[in-house]
Design a protein around this ligand. Structure first.
Ligand code: MOS
Length: 726
């Protein structure tokens, strides 16, 4: 099904199942330990799996001169050791900036150089410890600030986006701000580390893994191994979080496949937690210079945003300026990216890549500018709202309720009780402040397919390779099929995360919920036609409700259509030109109240509120869970999360959850989430959008602005650790 005109009224609009706060249908499996995660497929193969342990490089850049493997080979239980020398030909893919198995060249610290396979995990780990690797290290570049300063080797990965004459408008602005912000490298820190079990049957490879994008993973694994895609099956039905760290094929899957081939046994490989920070991807650090110019009344006349980030050769920039092209009105604009080559591990997507660090900077700048103008920060943002793409007035936003988010939030949060003068509200030892920030995340859509089956007993089964990374995909897909076919949710079985099913959008870029359910919608439309035909009814007139199909005054049980045999329909949704005609984005307003200890400088979040405008909310319960999870991540980004770079040796020092501090329960206060009533006919037949990433966009700046309001100290360097407030 092509989606190229705004959706009219359709079966989803009935919202008897869709739009309701159903519990997650996979919830009981997860809380009773019955959901099988990547490292738990013990019984999936006839022979018991062996265990692989990954050995990571001990230098950031250079070459391996010698690997001493003999002691490891003689170690008890060892079945095989795979290195670049013995792996056979590998063909690294574009989606990986560095080969997943290094050697002799080393591209980054903890790049995998070997996998040791043994009967037990303990034996494999003991043997891995016996491997001695000699290196010829090279001097690397690890410091983003140095690279920015030096300037010479910086790349311009895409042309600077210019509207009007930014320099002139900025130099003539009555009120101007020029400030530079820093966001650090961050780790996804998902609960379930990367893990894979691989098994070969002849030339047929099956990997049970933990991956957000089944088809990308399958395609890239086949390409890397140089085998046909149809020889690879990838299974990933349950995923303990991804946040972008599992968008791509990673070393666990490749090394498990290589190890299983070498050991002639199924092999499990999990990345040890301390490997994740340096072996996998991370959100790259940024330096961002923001220049704003405004009239004395507070209309923005000049908006300039430049962002510097670094990556390995072949890696991408952190797109931290993209929201600045769209968020506020203003006739003169500059948005520019600069990319330095750094020999740190690969930087790549982490939850709302681009917008998250971009708004961490921009929304502090907006707060600073409001103060310069003597305006309330909410009023300042409202004055600069736009309903069209600022670079193209012919291109409206399909929906944009940022102003309503801000106004609703101000009222719900009690914004009028905020003191505009920083450092004036005290509660015992706490200095108390409130902060606000706008949230913005583009609404991406992706082609998505599904297959739907109707059995003779009326049971409906949906099959799609969509993933559920803890987001609620199972549930909203079930709700969609139930709504489309007029059956209760309990009558729908949802099967996800297997490359044997039709290729879906996958979980990324907050496109998953809208795109994958739209794919299920398309398949259900095809099935409705088959059902109507089987019952001798006009497909266009048939109504599906309460287990019945009704048309032309006749009514039959849905199950009757499958009496002669199961009915199966498959289709996909393909998105077309609407993307160019309309700017599709999601909006939020984030409110935070913080207390800062007057003696220690410790910041504690006291209250949080997010108001989101993100199209139709398919399930208010799972959507709220997405947003509060994201708000929690925003607390971490604001106050504690930072991968610390060793600038001499080129690696992330705090590569475990003791040193890389994510918020825990005690750090998270009451969180409130409000969804504005919205449905966006331009986004898909579901009229929904993403919220999973929106929930994070702007949160950390709201925290930083609250800390400023509490203390009068402006911190432009994340995270806002207490030393920066003393
Ligand atoms: Mo998201 S960073 O595209 O998983």
């Amino acid at each position: 099904m092509k989606f190229d005109t705004p959706a009219g009224r359709n079966p989803i609009d009935a919202q008897t199942v869709v739009g309701k706060p159903h519990d997650r249908i996979d919830g009981p499996l997860k809380v009773t330990g019955k959901a099988t995660y990547a490292h738990e497929w013990h019984d999936a193969t006839p022979s018991a799996p062996a265990y692989g342990v990954v050995v990571g490089a001990g230098i950031a850049t250079g070459t391996v001169t010698r690997m001493e493997l003999d002691a490891a080979r003689r170690s008890p239980g060892v079945l095989a050791i795979v290195t670049a020398d013995t792996a056979g030909p590998l063909h690294p893919v574009k989606r990986n900036a560095a080969p997943l198995l290094g050697g002799p060249k080393v591209h980054h610290y903890h790049q995998a150089l070997a996998v040791v396979v043994a009967e037990t995990f303990e034996q494999a780990r003991a043997a891995a410890g016996q491997i001695r690797i000699r290196y010829a290290p090279q001097r690397g570049h690890f410091d983003l600030a140095d690279a920015k300063q030096a300037g010479a080797s910086l790349q311009t990965p895409e042309p600077d986006a210019r509207v009007g004459d930014f320099e002139k408008a900025f130099s003539q602005a009555a009120v101007a701000l020029d400030a530079t912000y820093h966001t650090p490298d961050q780790s996804h820190a998902m609960m379930e580390p990367h893990a894979t079990m691989a098994a070969w049957e002849g030339d047929q490879l099956t990997v049970w893994t933990s991956n957000q994008m089944i088809d990308w993973g399958r395609t890239d694994l086949a390409r890397t191994l140089g085998i046909a895609k149809d020889k690879v099956r990838l299974v990933s039905p349950y995923i303990g979080g991804g946040f972008g760290g599992k968008l791509f094929l990673r070393s666990d899957a490749l090394l498990a496949a290589l190890a299983a081939r070498a050991a002639k046994r199924p092999v499990k490989v999990a990345l040890q937690r301390p490997l994740i920070a340096n072996n996998t991807t991370h959100r790259p650090a940024t330096l961002q210079r923001i220049r704003l110019g405004a009239t004395p009344e507070g209309s923005l006349t000049a908006i300039g945003h430049e962002s510097w980030s670094g990556n390995l050769p072949g890696g991408s920039p952190e797109e931290a300026v993209q929201q600045t092209r769209l968020l506020y009105a203003g006739p003169n604009r500059l948005a520019a990216l600069r990319l330095a080559t750094l020999d740190l591990p690969e930087g790549n997507a982490m939850r709302a890549p681009g917008e998250t660090p971009g708004l961490m900077a921009l929304e502090i700048a907006m707060d600073e500018m409001a103060i310069k103008l003597g305006l309330d920060p909410i009023e300042f943002r409202i004055r600069n709202d736009t309903q069209v793409d600022p670079s193209n007035p012919e291109r409206p936003f399909s929906q944009r309720q940022l102003v309503q988010c801000l106004r609703t939030g101000a009222e719900r949060f009690g914004w009028q009780r905020r003191s505009a003068t920083p450092g004036t509200v005290r509660d015992g030892r706490w200095l108390v402040g409130m902060g606000v920030a706008a949230g913005f995340r583009n609404n991406l859509v992706m082609k998505s397919g599904a297959r739907v089956r109707l059995a003779a007993d009326g049971q409906v089964t949906v099959e799609t390779d969509m993933t559920d990374i803890g987001t609620g995909s199972y549930t909203i897909i079930g709700q969609t099929a139930a709504e489309m076919l007029g059956v209760p949710l309990q009558q729908v079985t949802v099967k996800l995360g297997d490359s044997r099913y039709p290729v879906a959008a996958g979980s990324g870029g907050q496109w998953g919920a809208n795109s994958s359910t739209a794919g299920v919608y398309a398949a259900c439309m095809a099935l409705r036609t088959k059902v109507a035909q089987a019952l001798g009814m006009d497909p266009a007139a048939a109504q599906f409700e309460a287990g019945k199909v009704t048309a032309g005054g006749r009514s039959r049980a849905l199950a009757d259509a499958a009496q002669a045999g199961e009915l199966v329909a498959e289709d996909s949704i393909e998105f077309d030109t609407l993307q160019e005609k309309y700017q599709q984005s999601t909006f939020a307003a984030h409110f935070v109240e913080v207390g800062v200890d007057v003696a220690s400088g410790e910041s504690r979040i006291r209250r949080m509120l997010a108001v989101c405008a993100a199209g139709r909310i398919l399930n208010p319960k799972t959507a709220r869970s997405q947003v509060i999870g994201a708000m929690t991540m925003g607390i971490g980004a604001a106050l504690s999360e930072e991968l610390v770079v060793d600038r001499r040796l080129g690696f992330f020092v705090n590569h475990d959850l003791a040193g890389y501090e994510v918020p825990v329960h005690a750090d998270v206060p009451h969180q409130e989430v409000v969804f504005l009533d919205e449905s966006d006919a331009v986004s898909s037949p579901m009229k929904a959008k993403g919220v999973g990433e929106l929930g994070l966009c702007g949160v950390s700046a709201a925290v930083a602005n609250a800390v400023y309001n509490a203390t009068g100290i402006r911190v432009r360097d994340y995270p806002l650790t207490l030393d920066k407030l003393l």
